[in-house]
Design a protein around this ligand. Structure first.
Ligand code: PMP
Length: 284
């Protein structure tokens, strides 16, 4: 049993999509993905808080309390027997006859899946190569909505070039926003730079943990300010963060070597600091 839909645990092969689920027809919903380490959900409270915010911003009624969502996460872990993996969940506005207006008095749909998965240690050790891609997404990238076509096209373009990721930039301002499913950082003159949290990026849980917990502890300084692709290419270090990638060094962008082409010292210490937090929360 690896899935859950509206109150029932299900196997994925028997799960059925409702044809008029607004998530399916309009992308009218939100999602979260949380990593499971050693049978425990890491930073689940932060994911649930972001979920509530996304729902509020989209005016989707909140019908599941955090306690309930937490319990379902742990039921999925227990029923699947998966100790290390990712739990994905999405909440869509409703199932209702297709029309753009919000339907009246409907109850949101909750579906969840659990999959076995481990962070890509090779990418963390060697670093990854990325391309620059124009950010063509809408102007509410702070909402973790189901509409991911911009991200999908950027990531696929990178994949077709044999690269591991895409770093997106807005053409009108020539400023980097974030990765296709990650936040982007550079290190320059000893300072850590990343895009501020506004409507143009998702406020990543991993990003928040680095800024609030890991970076202060290590004594580094963050500049939350957008920068150009040109500025990034001359950085000493670069990295992306996400629930699935944790902290993954970027050693090449658009064919330009970053620093000396190997993971930077500060990047490595941030990954180490992040792993220590995971250790503390999930392995004790
Ligand atoms: N930005 C985007 C566009 C993403 O899809 C993700 C991953 N969901 C992130 C950033 C990183 O967020 P988190 O650290 O919460 O996984």
């Amino acid at each position: 049993e690896y899935g859950f839909f509206n109150g029932e645990f299900i196997t994925l092969d028997t799960a059925k999509v409702q044809l008029e689920d607004r998530g399916y027809q309009f992308g009218d919903g939100i999602y979260e993905a949380t990593r499971v380490y050693n049978g425990k959900c890491f930073a689940l409270e932060r994911h649930l808080a972001r979920c509530r915010r996304s729902l509020r911003e989209l005016r989707i009624p909140i019908t599941y309390m955090d306690e309930e969502l937490t319990a379902i996460h742990y039921d999925l872990i227990q029923k699947s027997g998966i100790q290390n993996g990712v739990i994905y969940f999405q909440i869509t506005r409703a199932t209702a006859p297709r029309t753009h207006y919000f339907p009246d008095q409907v109850i949101p749909n909750l579906s969840m899946t659990i999959r076995e998965s481990e962070p890509n240690r090779k990418w963390q050790e060697d670093g990854i190569a990325c391309m620059l891609a124009e950010d063509i997404r809408w102007l509410r990238c702070d909402i973790k909505s189901l509409n991911l076509l911009g991200n999908v096209l950027a990531k696929q373009a990178a994949h077709e070039k044999g690269l591991q990721g895409a770093i997106q930039f807005r053409k009108d301002t020539d400023l980097i926003t974030e990765g296709s499913s990650s936040n982007f950082f550079i290190v320059k003159d000893g300072l850590i730079w990343t895009h501020p949290t506004d409507n143009l990026i998702l406020k990543g849980v991993t990003r928040s943990i680095l800024l609030e917990e890991v970076i202060p502890q290590l004594g580094y300084t963050v500049v939350e300010k957008a920068f150009t692709p040109e500025f990034a290419l001359s950085a000493a270090e670069a990295f992306v963060t996400s629930t699935s990638l944790e902290v993954t060094p970027v050693v090449n962008i658009d064919g330009h070597t970053i620093g000396n082409g190997t993971p930077g010292k500060i990047t490595q210490s941030l990954l180490q600091g992040y792993r220590e937090l995971v250790q503390k929360e999930c392995y004790n």
